[in-house]
Design a binder for this molecule. Structure first.
Ligand SMILES: [Zn+2]
Length: 59
């Protein structure tokens, strides 16, 4: 599913919808042409079954 993120360009700040497969990759804002990396974060499943390493805070 596509994820939404905000353009890091302070003069733009448009909400961009990008496909899930671009996580961790560079994308270009269609509005201001700024290249930026999509954060490779996933919504952590809360509950049983999650490995202990996944529960550790990520820096
Ligand atoms: Zn932008």
């Amino acid at each position: 599913m596509p994820c939404q993120l905000i353009c890091p360009n302070l003069r733009c700040r448009k909400i961009l919808s990008v496909p899930d497969e671009v996580r961790g990759k560079l994308v270009k804002c269609q509005h201001c042409q700024t290249m930026f990396r999509v954060p490779d974060t996933k919504p952590a499943p809360v509950g049983a079954g999650a490995p202990a390493a996944a529960a550790a805070p990520k820096k």
